[in-house]
Design a protein around this ligand. Sequence first.
Ligand code: ADP
Ligand code: ADP
Ligand code: MG
Length: 501
Amino acid sequence: MVNRLMFKKILVANRGEIALRIMRSAREMGISTLAVFSEADRKMPFVQFADEGFCIGAGESSQSYLSGDRIIRAALDLKADAIHPGYGFLSEDAAFASQVAGAGLVFIGPSAPSIAMMGNKLAARKAARELGVPLVPGTGSALRSLKEARETMDRIGLPVLIKAAAGGGGKGIRIVSSAADLEDQLRLAVSEAKNAFGDDAVYLEKYIHSPRHIEIQILGDQHGHLVHLFERECSIQRRHQKLIEESPSCNLTAESRQKMGKCATDIARASGYYGAGTIEFLVDDELRYYFLEMNTRLQVEHPVTELVTGLDLVKEQIRIAAGEKLSVIQDDIHLHGHAIELRICAEDPTRNFLPQTGKLEIYRRPHGPGIRVDDGYDQGLEIPIHYDSLLSKLIAWGRNREEAIERMVRAIDEYEISGIPTTLGFGKWAMRQTAFAGGHYDTRFIEKYYLPEALASPDPLTEKIAALLGVKIREEENKGYFREPVNADLHSKWKNRRQKR
Ligand code: ADP
Ligand code: ADP
Ligand code: MG
């Protein structure tokens, strides 16, 4: 049945993998897609995929993906009726959401007041506290003076984190381990917050030593229906940003899952929330959970939830924005199997995950059972300097966690990327760690177990000699018994060599 109120054309105000991801769902719904892109992104797959494309400006985000005025103008000129902001960029900008509505367009996301309330860390903490949700101890409002910071630090005890109220993506977080550092760190944090997020509000939070990051995905429509889609465990992080995410978490019990799910929908209900959203928690060894923040948008790691629930979160977001009711009720939503995502970033894991630019000389995706690749680049493309380092997300589904891990490792081996260092090799290393396999890990996993040397491979010549020697030995061993398909073996050894990264 065709819904006559459904959008005809959606402008996707984002780039890379998430722009493509959103357009795919729109296309399945019969909605045409408009890509707005920067000069640096002309050749990107999301531009090729879109029904229409429009170049909105130079490579710098401020001239393109952060220019709300240009984006709205493009939507009006090219007759789009809704704007999907993806994640990052303008997705949690309440002023942009209301500007979109003011221009007679639909913002595919929560209402502007919901973003203002829940997208800001301090405002969200206040809302959670009023509901009696446990919070990480810290300040209730923006710090006004060094004196206030000192008093809070004395009350909650060292170490503490200074956090930017408008921060995100792991940026805007500073750790203070000694009282003498507070003044300097605070000054730096305030100026960074102002420059990076245009908002100098910062606050203090107690640093929890080895927590797990577990978050609950929620969906709400404009008719007051809210559901949660269980949890994602995202404890494997570098620079306070996730690298590996999975669902379900092997640490939650059915009871804690239920409790956290209810807590998340209560928070959303209290703020009249609609759209997709995520409530993030820190969880300790006793499964006590503390509200961390809410992300009022689609998250990078949403595919793991899609694979274990069978729902398409982007379609749900579009339907909700068009005023439709949720397609499911809580009792319809079940967990099926296990899914793990690895963020493949253009970063060098042997050099502190330093972001890299360069050209994707070889780029071949893995395929096969249980594998999903959400990526934004193709072979031959350059990684621009202006944006996030995320190239691709490799997502593996299995009937259980072991199968998901085996598929992930197999797909990492199949993935060929050269020309630029990535986190692929790190992902394989992580999958093979006892702590990961046993599910006993927290946000300090990398700090505790990872040494860059773990990824160092022997030089190519040594490997070539070893591979040829291996083939020769097997040939000798098999002589006189049966004929071995030597070439097949040689091929697989060569392939292994090429995949070392
Ligand atoms: P998620 O919260 O979806 O797990 P990230 O924290 O990695 O993912 O954020 C995804 C992207 O959005 C990153 O590029 C990050 O820099 C950007 N981002 C997230 N929040 C903000 C924010 N408040 N301000 C600017 N950029 C943000
Ligand atoms: P962002 O908006 O950048 O995602 P978050 O507040 O969600 O910021 O924090 C990002 C990550 O930083 C968390 O997932 C966690 O690993 C770490 N972190 C944040 N707050 C704390 C805390 N109080 N104690 C320990 N770790 C924290
Ligand atoms: Mg967060």
